[in-house]
Design a protein. Structure first.
Length: 162
């Protein structure tokens, strides 16, 4: 049974991602993060949220934390450009890791049957300072968040209460 009344008490908590699909205007379904995505969304009582989603098959970078810090500095210091060659594999995996991961957080508000995520921090810089609106549906201990259509595609994310 789908519940249409939305209150903060219904939403607050930790939710684990169980399905992420896109549906186009022709009802074609695609799975942008694969058929086994991994993720959590957390809503706090004091009005903050955080969401992280990734594919389940991301490759390891195969770098130590020290190497990752040095790699990070390559982009910041031109004199380290020569070191890039030994990091080519890691650079490609780094881009793949970012492509297969999304994360953002900020404050949220509930309006009728919608939640508005006011993005303050995001892996995607373009999202910072924007509002992401989602329609809310509850079914038992599952939460479904549906994005408004972008072009002819909407995203449907199903979460299970933890």
């Amino acid at each position: 049974m789908i519940q249409s009344i939305v209150s903060k008490n219904n939403l607050v908590g930790t939710w684990k991602l169980i399905d992420f699909k896109s549906i186009d205007s022709q009802k074609k379904i695609d799975y942008p993060f694969g058929k086994s995505p991994v993720g959590y969304i957390i809503y706090t009582q004091d009005g903050y949220m955080s969401a992280s989603i990734m594919t389940s098959d991301r490759l390891n970078l195969e770098m130590s934390i020290a190497e990752m810090q040095k790699f990070r500095n390559i982009a910041l210091e031109p004199r380290l450009i020569g070191d890039i060659l030994k990091y080519i594999k890691a650079i490609l995996r780094y881009f793949q890791a970012a492509r297969n991961y999304i994360s953002y957080s900020g404050q949220y508000e509930i309006i009728d049957n919608r939640v508005i995520h006011h993005v303050e921090v995001s892996l995607v810089p373009d999202w910072t300072g924007t509002d992401l609106e989602r329609t809310i549906e509850f079914s038992g201990d599952q939460l479904v968040l549906i994005s408004p259509p972008a072009g002819n595609v909407s995203f449907h994310l199903t979460w299970q209460r933890v």
